[in-house]
Design a protein around this ligand. Structure first.
Ligand code: 2AM
Ligand code: CA
Length: 263
């Protein structure tokens, strides 16, 4: 990126995190009791859109809150103001601000900041991934030794049975399963070698755009059912691995239970 730097984006994200608190925020649901938004999500999103629009005039935004879906620009920021809102609302540290930049349709930069974990993950296309400024790399563990990060399709429980089948099949061939409740945090933990596999039935681009780039730049593989990187415009099934081979083996398990994406 010639006109802006990853340090500028990171600085804005870290400033925004000062709007995240352990108490004193309001919690509302967005039409179902699982789907929460807090006053902090809104405050962080407003801060980020204001500062990032000033940094890159003429840009568009795809954001989780307030139906901000403005993709008709060559530069688009994809933002989850707080990924893992259910954790945030409970004071659980597994939540993060996630900001990705797509330029001319290409995922170019990603910043994931988890303030209570004190972890700043950054990546620019083709230049590697970093945790608090230090280079990070995926683990080299075999499928049989892998930890799987996954979930049961919290917002669309009609897919839970298929998730259960896929998770059980994978579990029987690997080491163990984890559910931390923030896709961005989980994908970044894979990037730093703490887990090897990832499956979620339905995520939104703001959940995986920034962290997906971090994981790819750390040597991992991220894809959807067709083997390509998940959509940067609409909800997608997400599979990832610490390498292409392990992601491919997990994708084969997913294909056993799903011929196509069921939404
Ligand atoms: P969100 O908080 O930004 O909506 C995948 O696991 C995604 O599901 C997470 O990134 C998180 O995104 C959401 N999620 C996690 N735990 C949840 C819960 N208990 N209820 C609802 N959504 C949850
Ligand atoms: Ca969110």
């Amino acid at each position: 990126m010639k006109d802006i730097t990853i340090e500028q984006i990171s600085g804005i994200v870290q400033e925004a995190s000062k709007l995240m608190h352990h108490s004193g925020f309001e919690i509302h649901d967005k039409g179902s009791r699982e789907n929460l938004v807090t006053s902090s999500d809104i405050a962080v999103q407003h801060f980020l859109t204001g500062r990032l629009a000033a940094l890159l005039p003429g840009c568009g935004f795809l954001c989780e809150e307030e139906n901000l879906n403005d993709l008709q620009h060559s530069d688009v920021w994809i933002i989850d103001p707080i990924d893992g809102t259910a954790n945030y609302a409970r004071g659980n540290e597994n939540c993060a601000i996630s900001v990705a930049l797509v330029r001319g349709g290409i995922l170019t930069a990603g910043v994931v900041y988890s303030p209570w974990r004190n972890e700043l993950y950054t990546a620019e296309k083709d230049t590697g991934a970093f945790l608090n400024g230090e280079p990070i790399r995926v683990s080299s563990r075999a499928f049989e030794d892998a930890i799987l990060f996954t979930a049961m399709s919290t917002y669309r429980k009609e897919f839970a049975k298929a998730c259960n089948d896929i998770i059980f099949d994978t579990y029987m061939q690997s080491n163990d399963v984890r559910r931390f409740g923030s896709a961005a945090v989980e994908l970044c933990l894979m990037a730093s070698g703490q887990a090897e596999l990832y499956f979620e039935m339905r995520l939104q681009p703001w959940d995986y755009a920034a962290a997906g780039l971090v994981l790819q730049e750390a040597g991992g593989a991220v894809c959807t059912l067709d083997g390509e990187f998940p959509s940067l415009r609409k909800a997608s099934l997400v599979v990832a691995g610490n390498n292409r081979s392990n992601a491919g083996r997990l994708l084969k398990i997913v294909h056993k239970y799903l011929e196509k994406v069921p939404y």
